[in-house]
Design a protein around this ligand. Structure first.
Ligand code: SF4
Ligand code: SF4
Length: 412
């Protein structure tokens, strides 16, 4: 960035930031007449340590302005990535609806290819596929894209903490939109008391444990039997029909979960999502963590106030919490340069916010792209086979029988 550009786009006189300017940065800072206020602490930050604020409005070219914001505002970048991923999921949903319309009309409606991305919503099948692949060396051809999407999510978890939840997951995005809406309507969100929060947070780990133990006990022949079962072959179709013909009980469950999400930040993700539990457990292995520089921190607590996971960021040197989604909201809120950043644990190298965002997208796209390049994206179930199976969904081989896959023969 050249000097002229920089001087045009940044406020240079940060020494004289007014209360109005500080507040307009979106940070909730108490009034200046309080002698111990955050504002006073802020004004004591040495000039060279103050974060400069970019005036995006000076850039008239919309595309350049967009790129400038993407690079310099991590929360803008995160919202952009979240929106793009949500739109992708909606697109997959539309394609799958058209595929189902064809199938349910017995092939009378126009044919639409089944979108392989739909397998990303079959996590149990993907977990079995992963264990099967590790133990047998075989990538199954029933739900191969589900396996690769699962590997991509796990890889982001191992390398970049729970960033999948904060940057990509469509359910996480909807949860975030709901608590923001709740905050707008009611003025604030509720914080669950610690004595209730901890036991509730363990629920998702119990759910994960239940699935993990059930799958752990499966040997290769049993997994093979499950993967090739008629039930698993139409698992995505059954999921569609579950939502298309939703029962009153299921609908009320979703409505109640959404209502809770209005009041409590990320209710589903924090307390019930087994995927979040798995990524939270993996996050301890991650070589990237939010780190605070104690010597330059002014204890303004803006990081803690901005954290959607209610983590006391201002009290720790390194955020280990399994609830941290590496959303970078705390990093963005911190007013002091080089004080709160995402860094590598071993070498303490600072990762620029926009590079971190690019890394998340890159890991996900690279692994799913690898599946496409190696012909492991589309499954090997033919159009004719789908049509035949959609006609016999009511027969016993497609029913889940008390957690057991129904017995089936070579012609099923
Ligand atoms: S600690 Fe920071 S990065 Fe982690 S969830 Fe809270 S705000 Fe996001
Ligand atoms: S790390 Fe947190 S408490 Fe310290 S200066 Fe930054 S925002 Fe304030």
């Amino acid at each position: 960035m050249d000097a002229n550009f920089k001087s045009e786009h940044f406020f240079t006189d940060t020494e004289k930031l007014s209360q109005e300017e500080i507040e307009s940065s979106g940070k909730n800072i108490p009034p200046m007449n309080d002698s111990n206020s955050t504002t006073n602490k802020f004004l004591k930050i040495p000039y060279e340590l103050r974060k400069t604020k970019i005036n995006y409005n000076i850039e008239k070219n919309i595309f350049k302005k967009f790129l400038l914001k993407l690079k310099n505002d991590s929360q803008f970048m995160r919202s952009t990535v979240q929106t793009a991923f949500l739109l992708l999921c909606i697109w997959i949903g539309i394609e799958f609806y058209l595929f189902m319309k064809w199938g349910m009309s017995n092939g009378q409606a126009s044919f639409f290819e089944r979108p392989p991305g739909v397998e990303g919503f079959l996590p149990i099948s993907a977990l079995i596929s992963l264990k099967y692949w590790i133990e047998s060396g075989i990538i199954n051809n029933i739900h191969p894209s589900g396996l690769f999407i699962f590997i991509a999510i796990l890889t982001t978890g191992i390398l970049l903490k729970k960033s999948f939840c904060g940057w990509l997951c469509p359910v996480g995005t909807i949860s975030e939109a709901l608590w923001m809406l709740g905050k707008k309507i009611f003025g604030k969100n509720l914080t669950v008391n610690r004595w209730l929060d901890y036991p509730l947070r363990s629920l998702k780990y119990l759910l994960l444990l239940f699935f993990a133990i059930s799958i752990w006990q499966m040997d290769v022949p049993t997994m093979n039997l499950f993967i090739n079962s008629p039930y698993n072959k139409v698992a995505d179709i059954k999921m569609y029909l579950f939502f298309a013909n939703i029962t009153t009980f299921a609908l009320w469950t979703i409505i109640i979960l959404m209502l809770f999400s209005l009041f409590i930040k990320n209710f589903w993700c924090r307390y019930l999502c087994p995927y979040g539990a798995l990524l939270g457990a993996l996050s301890w292995l991650s070589p990237t963590k939010i780190k605070r520089n104690k010597s330059t921190c002014i204890d303004c607590e803006l990081c803690t106030k901005s954290c959607p996971s209610n983590i006391k960021v201002h009290r720790v040197n390194k955020v280990w919490s399994d609830e941290c989604m590496n959303c970078l909201a705390c990093v963005e809120a911190c007013p002091v340069k080089n004080t709160l950043d995402i860094r590598t644990t071993l070498t303490n190298t600072k990762i620029p916010n926009y590079i971190f965002g690019i890394l998340i997208v890159f890991v996900f796209v690279a692994i799913t792209g690898l599946a496409m390049l190696t012909d492991n994206w589309q499954n090997k179930i033919s159009k004719e086979e789908y049509l035949k199976r959609m006609n016999e969904l009511d027969t016993p081989v497609y029913q889940h029988n008390r957690g057991q896959v129904p017995e089936y023969g070579p012609n099923d």
